[in-house]
Design a protein around this ligand. Sequence first.
Ligand code: PLP
Length: 282
Amino acid sequence: MSEVYLNGELMPLEEARISVMDRGFLFGDGVYEVIPVYGGRLFRLAQHMQRLDNSLHSIRMENPLQPEDWEKIFKRLTGATPDIEQLVYLQVTRGVDWARNHLFPRGSKATVFVMAWIAKPKDPDIAKKGVAGVVLEDNRWNRCDIKATSLLGNVLLRQEAQDAGATEAILIRDGLVTEGSSTNPFIIQDGEILTPPSSNLLLPGVTRDLVLELARGSDMPCAERQITRDELETADEIWICSSSREVQPVTRLDGKPVGDGVPGTLFRRIDTLFQDYKASLS
Ligand SMILES: Cc1ncc(COP(=O)(O)O)c(C=O)c1O
């Protein structure tokens, strides 16, 4: 039975309980983070904590814990298996209100939940063969920059992708690529690495920013600019990335091969840079 943290206490997962009047349950009124743990170390912790602060600020909540308290909890939950890759999940909701009312309750106490789990071992076939994607219309709200727990839009799109035999949906709004249902996309066009610029329409992915940092640090041409649907569909390579997937090549889009239909040379380069970076920190 794995141990989790809930509102100041550690307990077995099966014993963790929240009220049915919690606004996270009733309204999806909360935010979250997912942080990888490699070699016992929290990966890009400062960036995840900064994004948590940004998400909380956007929903007009204060961070209920100090950075050192968060870190203590993470270390406690991941410390038992430091050599195994793990993922930490944290969630902060606006807490319990005894009346179901859309308006923020006065003086409610945030609900804080943290758990960690062992990451699925990476499937070596993904880097060798790639994954399938589908293009779907981005029908979510206009604050996708907030890492909100209200993920119904993303859930429906991801399921639609899965039902179409793909691993991820790449989303289009007004003819332009925004992001994936739970990833940020990149395309390669004439040797240049492109990704949509940060805006209210996409989550500023920690992995996305790292990919840009690694590419720039190795003088690989890259730019943050709008990508049209046509550019996506004619790209030489497509990648998707997130904390749990790392960087993955999309080799089929809507059932058609992307480029040569195999992971491209720039994917192999960025993946090597990513794996070397990971190893250097562990
Ligand atoms: C909608 C969405 N976009 C992008 C990402 C990638 O973000 P990160 O690299 O910080 O995991 C996620 C991750 O869950 C996501 O849910």
